[in-house]
Write a protein that binds this ligand. Structure first.
Ligand code: FAD
Length: 386
């Protein structure tokens, strides 16, 4: 098999790979670079819906399916109204992002898009990429595959799964307020675990209703369905409806140190780069922010991962995950404390890793310290063992 040389190769054209390619396309620094995109699938399915919050206008506003400035958080028995301004909570169908990004990238002669299943990356200089169809050579490789070591390091790190099933339902009569969404609803709770439902209205008659759990193991498929049926009947008080779309997904929630598996110019991105926020599973905006940071680092010859991983937030995420792992039943109370005692704008900034140490202290002090004590001791013990 012959090899073809590139300046930059991006493996995987999902959220991270496409954000990175778009950030490079928009920057004159890359105008003489040859950029290769290797993606194994056609990216022609709507395989997920991305939700995220941002202040004011954003880069993807013309692609959005819906957005909201008001919502509710439901504890097991109370409603907490949320007024998000200056933030909006936004919903984007993945297919709309894939199609937009692919069109932009294909129209630019810098890029070559190859349908390829990458088998291995060899960290020589330049880096060798072995695909099923051909081999490729690039000076920099941005790789969205999940490192094998993550699957092998079974018990060394905390691992929870964020797993969810959602239905887009259509009611025969007006039921939803399209200007108001449900962020988290703990009213119909499977006991002794962290689980909630959320509702994203698309119009007065249609909404995505999604049941989500943060637990170590998945449920049987029928258990998600039973919960959704109960939520729609008991909480939404809706008996007659049509299911027009399904969504099912699993996101790893872990403190595995993905950043350690970037070597030299072979950089891990996306889920495989640790860009999924471990305590929430959100990653779409991280992909956008981190891609722009990588581009800035490449341009200024700074260390390539400069500013991507922030130690204090890694620590908060690891502590929160450990508490949820050991005492999964505490989750609803911890989220209740968060949304009832802290302004939502502050929560969003904190979950975006954008708060100062003083703000972090004002937030973390709201939580009971006892459940976290064991986790702090455990993490220190792990640190000293290394
Ligand atoms: C159903 C679902 C819903 C989600 N909802 C949200 C949400 O609302 N908000 C949010 O912020 N996050 C959400 N996430 C989490 C996160 O944003 C997504 O998982 C995001 O797509 C991660 O980006 P990524 O680029 O790492 O992975 P992906 O988007 O999965 O992209 C990886 C790409 O790499 C390709 N690939 C893999 N192996 C190879 C190979 N060997 N050779 C070539 N190509 C390869 C894949 O085909 C894929 O296109 C959701 C995740 C899922 C699964």
């Amino acid at each position: 098999m012959s090899s073809t040389n590139f300046d930059i190769a991006i493996i995987g054209a999902g959220a991270a790979g496409l954000h990175l390619a778009l950030a490079m396309k928009d920057d004159s620094f890359f105008q003489h670079k040859r950029i290769l995109i290797l993606e194994k699938s056609a990216k022609d399915q709507n395989d997920r819906t991305w939700c995220f919050w941002e202040k004011g206008e954003g880069l993807w506003d013309t692609l959005l399916q819906q957005s909201w400035s008001k919502g509710d958080f439901f504890t097991t028995d109370n409603a907490v109204p949320l007024s998000l301004s200056p933030y909006r909570y936004k919903m984007l169908r993945a297919i709309d992002f894939y199609e937009f990004a692919k069109k932009e990238i294909m129209a630019n002669p810098l890029f070559q898009w190859v349908t390829e299943d990458v088998q291995a990356v060899e960290n020589d200089t330049p880096i060798q990429i072995r695909g099923l169809k051909a081999n490729y050579v690039a000076e920099y490789v941005f790789d969205s595959r999940i490192p094998e070591e993550f699957f092998q390091a079974k018990d060394s790190y905390t691992r929870l799964l964020q797993h969810f099933k959602g239905w887009v339902i259509r009611s025969k009569t007006d039921l939803f307020d399209p200007d108001r969404f449900t962020m988290m609803d703990f009213r119909l709770l499977c006991p002794n675990s962290t689980n909630f439902t959320y509702v994203l209205p698309l119009n007065k008659r249609e909404a995505l209703v999604e049941f989500t759990l943060f637990t170590p193991a998945l449920l049987n498929n029928s258990d998600y369905d039973i919960h959704l049926q109960r939520y729609i009947s008991e909480i939404l008080k809706l008996e007659e409806y049509e299911i027009i779309e399904h969504e099912h997904g699993v996101i790893p929630m872990t403190d595995f140190p993905f950043e350690n598996y970037s070597k030299g110019n072979h950089i891990r991105i996306g889920t495989g780069g640790g860009w999924v926020k471990p305590s929430t599973g959100y990653s779409f905006k991280n992909c956008e922010r981190n891609s722009r940071q990588l581009v800035a680092n490449l341009k200024s010859s700074k260390p390539i991962l400069n500013g991507i991983h922030k130690l204090n937030f890694r620590l908060y995420d690891a502590l929160f995950l450990d508490v949820l792992y050991r005492q999964n039943e505490r989750g609803p109370k911890l989220f209740e404390i968060m949304y009832t005692k802290i302004p939502v704008q502050k929560i969003f900034a904190f979950l975006d890793n954008q708060t100062s140490l003083a703000e972090d202290a004002s937030i973390t002090i709201r939580f009971p310290w006892l459940p976290f004590l064991h986790s702090i001791t455990k993490l220190f013990a792990r640190f000293w063992k290394k």
